[in-house]
Design a protein around this ligand. Structure first.
Ligand SMILES: NC(=O)c1ccc[n+]([C@@H]2O[C@H](COP(=O)([O-])OP(=O)(O)OC[C@H]3O[C@@H](n4cnc5c(N)ncnc54)[C@H](O)[C@@H]3O)[C@@H](O)[C@H]2O)c1
Length: 315
């Protein structure tokens, strides 16, 4: 049974991954090469737990115990020496991940499963420098941001991993209330990001063509397809609507919607103008500096409400 966890990298994703395991009683060693980043990770985890308590997702009394489950580490050897499951969330640079996995192969016990939270790198390439034996215990476990709130984790079920090890990992994720998606082929973007990019491509194209204002495009998504998607997947929607209808509408619409092979020029233009979204104060919308903390808090609160509601519609 997997009980002892290590998370490597304590940035945007790493701190949320550590928090998720700690919330469900797992002992987590959280490691980063930047000691100051580690300290702020612990403060972020505390603030996020406080919001979860404010929204009655956990009790305030549980917070000290959860924080005690997260041990900050600056020595890699000590971080992983007795761990069952080690997941890396270091920057998306192939050589960095390859070298880290090589070190982990040498430092971890034989039984340790090594995982990557990569968004775009192939498992095959990341395993290049590890032993044949360890390859049977290496996988992609792709989380969504914010890691402590988004229920999905995509798990690679390809490569060299035997079925029983996959099942052990999947059970561990079930124990921390994550919904696992079994991905059968080593393709870029796995499943969720491929779907998301398909939607995003058309959304940006609609804005570029001036078909509707940003508020209306987001409204169309939130109260149209996405409203249903939270409870009913695309394939269920197709079955409910009728495969014949989906076939006719597909023939009519697919030839007129965006099929470009790179990011929309609108995004590139905004990037060049320094309009990067909330982090620069403007993207498709304006974010006055004084309002940013409240806007971010509201974003988190909506996800917490969604997470609570999802208890009712998990199949
Ligand atoms: N940000 C997202 O929305 C998101 C979502 C899913 C997956 N991912 C993937 O997760 C990984 C991490 O992304 P992020 O956004 O959390 O990055 P980040 O830059 O916020 O955090 C990376 C952390 O790794 C630390 N680090 C750098 N080198 C290290 C090393 N050798 N050992 C240990 N720590 C080291 C850095 O100090 C930093 O704290 C990437 O592979 C990314 O593609 C990101």
């Amino acid at each position: 049974m997997m009980k002892k966890i290590a998370v490597l990298g304590s940035g945007t994703m790493g701190h949320g991954i550590a928090e998720s395991f700690a919330m469900y009683g797992y002992e987590v060693n959280l490691y980063d090469t930047d000691a100051s980043r580690l300290e702020s990770a612990k403060s972020e985890i505390k603030a996020e737990l406080e919001l979860l308590a404010e929204e009655d997702f956990i009790t305030a009394q549980a917070i000290p115990g959860i924080l005690d489950n997260v041990h900050l580490c600056t020595d890699l050897k000590e971080t992983v020496a007795d761990r069952d499951f080690v997941i890396e969330a270091v920057p998306e640079i192939l050589e960095l991940k390859q070298n880290l996995f090589k070190q982990l192969d040498e430092l971890c016990p034989e039984h340790t499963v090594l995982a990557s939270n990569t968004s775009s790198l192939k498992l095959d390439l990341m395993m290049a420098l590890v032993s044949e034996k360890r390859r049977q215990r290496m996988m992609v476990c792709h989380w969504y941001n914010p890691g402590h709130l988004m229920p999905i984790v995509e798990l690679s079920c390809f490569g060299n991993m035997p079925a029983e090890i996959y099942e052990e990992v999947a059970q561990m994720f079930a124990a921390i209330k994550k919904q696992t998606v079994k991905v059968l082929k080593d393709v870029p973007g796995l499943v969720a990001n491929r779907i998301q990019q398909g939607v995003a491509r058309e959304v940006f194209s609609i804005i570029e063509q001036g078909i509707a204002a940003p508020e209306d495009v987001d409204k169309a998504l939130k109260f149209g397809p996405a409203f249903r998607y939270a409870t009913t997947g695309q394939l269920e929607v197709a079955d409910f609507g009728g495969i014949d209808i989906w076939c006719i509408v597909g023939d009519n619409l697919l030839k007129v919607i965006d099929n470009s092979q790179c990011a929309n020029p609108l995004l590139r233009k905004k990037m060049e103008e320094g309009k990067l979204g909330i982090k620069s104060g403007e993207g498709f919308y304006q974010y006055p500096e004084a309002e940013i903390p409240a806007i971010k808090k509201q974003f988190m609160k909506k996800l917490i409400h969604q997470l609570k509601a999802s208890d009712y519609y998990v199949s």
